[in-house]
Design a protein around this ligand. Structure first.
Ligand code: SAM
Length: 284
């Protein structure tokens, strides 16, 4: 645990300008090595600072997603980008009926759902993720951020982020830093990012279409966990509904593969398969 705390703590300056320099530095092997060796960190405050910054809309959105790429949700990274899974989006959109509920799970900051939101017509779109917001508490010396890096409590001092290695529950009614990308809220003010765990979550209304992109990966989860998550998503899906499981990876033609599973008589079966998704053999 001590090693975890050391690795997850470090110098921290939550300025959007510094974040831009940092992200550019990660693209060069030498500066990347230096930045990682120095264990530079960003706290959730950087998201609020980006939201408030006087920047062009698109630059703000890209910087926000860039910051999200640095956070984690347990074993999964929060890496995301706009227009990431166009093949999956168009397959899913071809099944939309008026009044349907489309749920994108594990959506990170929601930027990957812009295409679905723009083309959903009169269907409802709900964005969900394990983490929808980071609760916080301001103190005289530091701000306490709950649930960062998966579940840990982190203390943000003026220029240092300390991961405590503890996972206390946030106090009831604590204010939160929303993880919804400012471009999504600007373009679709009614859209909400709701907390939903693919393993245990229960939606208030069953979905007609689920999109789950870049979440159910063998790199993040064991095979029994993946099957458990699919069973829970199925329980949250209406009869006749579809679950799209997608992955973006250079190993696939077009950089994207997906599986389209349809629920009939309470069971899911693979009806569509594009580009050899890594879970094909497991789910079959
Ligand atoms: C690599 S990101 C993918 C983001 C987006 N779907 C995309 O394709 O750009 C993985 C996301 O899965 C979410 N995640 C991890 N475990 C989860 C769980 N148990 N339930 C719901 N979401 C989860 C993470 O919080 C993270 O936002």
């Amino acid at each position: 645990m001590l090693l975890k705390i050391i690795l997850r703590s470090g110098p921290c300056w939550d300025s959007p300008g510094w974040l831009r320099v940092y992200l550019a530095g990660l693209n060069n092997p030498v500066t990347r090595f230096l930045l990682l060796a120095l264990r530079i960190k960003f706290s959730p405050a950087v998201l609020e600072n980006i939201r408030r910054a006087d920047l062009p809309e698109m630059e703000k959105a890209a910087l926000f997603s860039g910051a999200m790429n640095l956070f984690r949700a347990g074993t999964a990274f929060k890496t995301t980008a706009a227009a990431r899974s166009p093949l999956t989006d168009s397959a899913l959109l071809s099944k939309v009926k008026p009044g349907a509920l489309i749920v994108e799970t594990g959506v990170s900051d929601g930027i990957s759902a812009l295409g679905l939101l723009a083309q959903a017509g009169n269907a409802e779109v709900l964005l969900t993720d394990l983490q929808a917001a980071f609760p916080y508490e301001r103190g005289p010396l530091c701000t306490r951020y709950y649930g960062t890096d998966g579940a840990y409590l982190s203390l943000k001092f003026p220029l240092f982020l300390l991961c405590t290695g503890r996972k206390p529950a946030p106090p009831a009614g604590a204010p939160v830093v929303s993880l919804l990308n400012p471009l999504v809220s600007e373009k679709f003010p009614a859209v909400k990012l709701a907390a939903f765990d693919i393993f245990t979550g229960a939606l208030p209304r069953k979905a007609d279409l689920f999109k789950c992109a870049n979440v159910l990966n063998l790199q993040y989860f064991k095979t029994d966990e993946i099957l458990r998550a699919i069973a829970n998503l199925s329980a949250n899906l209406n009869e006749g509904g579809w679950l799209y499981i997608a992955q973006n990876n250079g190993k696939y033609p077009d950089g994207e593969a997906y599986l389209g599973l349809r629920k009939e008589d309470g069971r899911l079966s693979i009806e569509e398969e594009v580009n050899g998704h890594e879970l094909l053999a497991l789910i079959k």
